[in-house]
Design a protein around this ligand. Structure first.
Ligand code: ZN
Length: 416
């Protein structure tokens, strides 16, 4: 195998950074209020640009389906090989503006706090990884938008790896299936992912985080909608008549284990998180997200919510309470561990690249959670973006180059 260990070589000889910057200029923020997929026009615009690039590269089966999934293939150059998928998402988080992104280059970064517009600062105290980037080129926003390195860095890394493979046919490779996906940040896009059409043995998302990051463990997630129906009357004459849904909504939240919320939990601890409340005396509706790494523990959260419901109804039988649990996604670990080779190869490729794998559970979900559950094992590998979803987002071009090296080594391991 041809070992890739030098990120500078990648930066010097490819358009990795230019491709990334070009993508950041298109506003691809997903839209929570849209009912379409993709949820925003910008995503389609960027997908079309990428499709052209892939066709230009010789991946002439590149197509965008009606839900905004860009699929393409680079066939193997071996007599027999597996099919490996590489995924990255085109949308950026709707939590912060993605309009008029103006990337700033901090060349030969000196290890100090970076100051941007709007008094935004990025300090190594908050992001210790910055200390490992002294001498690198660090790209940030100008302070007014997010950067979109989540996940445009992942896309640029995939594109660069494809170019290198296409121009060096002596590098052994498996069959590669590429997917650029829409609406990852909404968690809704992946539901439309056509696994059969994609037809890969396993896949990797290149989505965020610092060098070495390898993730195959996510939250298991449910959503709960609690609807409380009370009885409204004139408040001046309400004694023994009024049953306030709103006041009991407060009681419901207060009755849940008070330390098991996002503010008090870390590592492998799960939580109840009321995210939204609306309503009044007659009816109140509370939205919760429930999270745990262990499916059994997650199921217990549903039991606890129903116990709280029964308790409140016992005290006030005139109320109606409906607890509606909706399944979101499950910890990918249980599914991925059925194909341990997927993780083994990722660890091995990092070793070849000269980096130490950092295996940490993600206190959230990825497209890979859903795909792994549906039968396509899909762990996540670093592509470099840090502090994403806000104006402090940053990325080191060295780590992007390293991500390309790592993927090229990984693909060769799969081609053996
Ligand atoms: Zn992402």
């Amino acid at each position: 195998m041809k070992k890739f260990t030098n990120p500078q070589e990648i930066l010097d000889n490819t358009s990795l950074v230019q491709d990334f910057i070009e993508l950041t200029k298109i506003n691809t923020a997903s839209d929570e209020n849209a009912t379409t997929c993709p949820s925003s026009k910008g995503q389609l615009e960027a997908l079309s640009l990428l499709k052209e690039k892939l066709i230009h590269l010789g991946l002439d089966d590149a197509t965008i389906d009606e839900k905004g999934f860009l699929f393409a293939t680079l066939p193997t150059n071996q007599t027999k090989a597996k099919t490996i998928g590489l995924l990255a998402h085109i949308d950026t988080s709707p939590e912060f503006s993605g309009e008029n992104v103006n990337p700033q280059f901090h060349e030969n970064y000196n290890g100090e706090t970076i100051s941007l517009k709007n008094d935004i600062t990025i300090s190594p105290d908050d992001y210790p990884e910055l200390k490992k980037c002294v001498g690198d080129t660090v790209i940030t926003t100008d302070g007014t938008t997010l950067l979109g390195a989540d996940d445009k860095a992942g896309i640029a890394v995939i594109l660069t790896a494809l170019k290198i493979l296409q121009h060096n046919s002596d590098i052994p490779r498996p069959t590669l299936r590429i997917a650029i996906t829409p609406d990852e940040e909404l968690g809704t896009g992946v539901q439309h992912f056509d696994i059969e059409k994609f037809n890969a043995d396993c896949a990797y998302t290149l989505d965020g985080s610092f060098e070495g990051y390898l993730c195959f463990e996510t939250f298991s997630a449910d959503k709960a909608i609690v609807t409380i129906t009370g009885l409204n009357t004139h408040p001046g004459y309400a004694k023994d008549k009024m049953v306030s849904a709103l006041r009991h909504a407060g009681k419901f939240i207060a009755a849940l284990p008070q330390k098991e919320n996002p503010e008090h939990t870390d590592d492998y601890e799960g939580f109840y998180h009321p995210t939204h409340i609306e309503g009044g005396v007659s009816e109140a509706k509370i939205s919760f997200i429930l999270r745990d790494f262990d499916d059994e523990k997650l199921a217990n959260r549903t039991r606890v919510m129903n116990e709280v419901k029964e308790q409140i109804l016992k005290e006030e039988p005139r109320l109606k309470i409906d607890v509606n649990i909706q399944r979101q996604y499950r910890n990918m670990k249980n599914h991925i561990m059925k194909s341990p080779e997927v993780i083994e190869k990722a660890r091995q490729s990092m070793k070849v690249t000269g980096i130490t794998p950092v295996e940490r559970p993600i206190r959230g979900g990825t497209d890979g959670s859903t795909l792994s559950e549906k039968g396509l094992p899909t762990p996540n590998i670093f592509a470099g973006s840090m502090a994403y979803h806000g104006p402090k987002e940053w990325i080191s071009t060295r780590v992007m180059g390293l991500s390309v090296c790592n993927i090229l080594n990984l693909l060769q391991l799969w081609a053996e």
